[in-house]
Design a protein around this ligand. Structure first.
Ligand code: KMH
Ligand code: ZN
Length: 270
């Protein structure tokens, strides 16, 4: 049996409460959402921070409050974002690493992001990767496009990344790889030996790519960061509703959700 590790990407940097009224923004809202998601089957919470007015921030003080609010309510694996929002500097983006979370994201290259550019120059990737290594934080390699996985493989061969990485394919960003079965199968075929992987499809592809991820033996990311709808034209009522659905599909397909502690063992965090 290969239990399913579900990551709940609760908030992101792009969605607003005007688009999704249940979007958790304050530390307490994020803590509550995390606990609901863990109860529904999530093991990892992927965290972004916001100022009270909803603007994205990488401020370590805000992340500290968010992490405390999550830890007070559940035992989720804490994964902070080093992606932040488009336009932030590398120094700004790495601030939450000082809080020593168990995991952090590490985007392996630059990609057009709608009408903007999500910039990850090699020197910045190295800055994040070295900081994570020095602090014992497990990176999750974010792959938006095929070249980023080729870069990850090169860096692994050179020992610039820890072996047996956890890789997340983010599919369907306008500018990155499309959320298609062919794209996912190609990426899976290029994974380094010993890798674990998950898939995050954007919009309606959250469900289709998630289902495919379950069938192909990977893991799945869901949540408002990538998708605010439950079905076409119908907003999800909560992040937990999206977790619950993918957890149910996992059970049906022989992949029951991993608890946070099971996921810690599977990802080499303990
Ligand atoms: N907000 C995106 C520009 C991550 O969290 O590491 C980048 C992002 C990736 O969300
Ligand atoms: Zn993110």
């Amino acid at each position: 049996m290969n239990p399913l590790i579900i990551t709940a990407a609760l908030t992101g940097a792009e969605v607003g409460k005007d688009q999704q009224p249940a979007l958790p923004i304050t530390p307490d809202e994020i803590g509550e959402a995390a606990a609901e998601c863990v109860a529904a089957g999530a093991a990892i919470v992927h965290l972004h921070a916001r100022w009270p007015d909803g603007r994205p921030t990488q401020d370590a003080g805000v992340y500290r409050q968010i992490i405390a609010a999550v830890r007070a309510r559940c035992d989720a694996i804490i994964q902070v974002s080093t992606g932040g929002a488009v336009g932030m500097s590398a120094e700004e983006r790495m601030a939450p690493l000082a809080l020593d979370p168990e995991m952090a994201t590490l985007s392996m290259g630059s990609v057009n992001f709608g009408d903007e550019v999500f910039l990850n120059a090699p020197a910045d990737i190295a800055l994040f990767a070295d900081a994570m290594r020095a602090r014992g934080i497990r990176p999750e390699l974010e792959i938006f496009d095929a070249g980023m996985l080729a870069t990850a493989n090169r860096w692994l061969q050179k020992g610039r990344l820890p072996a047996n990485p956890h890789v997340d394919f983010v599919l369907g960003v306008p500018g990155g790889m499309p959320a298609t079965p062919e794209a996912l199968l190609y990426l899976k075929s290029q994974l380094p030996a010993g890798a674990t992987w998950s898939v995050a499809g954007l919009g309606a592809a959250q469900l289709t790519m998630g289902t495919l991820g379950i069938v192909l033996g990977g893991h799945v990311r869901v949540g408002f960061e990538d998708n605010i709808h439950f079905s076409k034209g119908v907003l999800a009522s909560s992040n937990a509703q999206l977790v619950e659905r993918i957890a149910g599909l996992g059970r049906t397909l022989g992949r029951p959700p991993a608890s946070p502690d099971e996921a810690r063992k599977m990802l080499g965090l303990v």
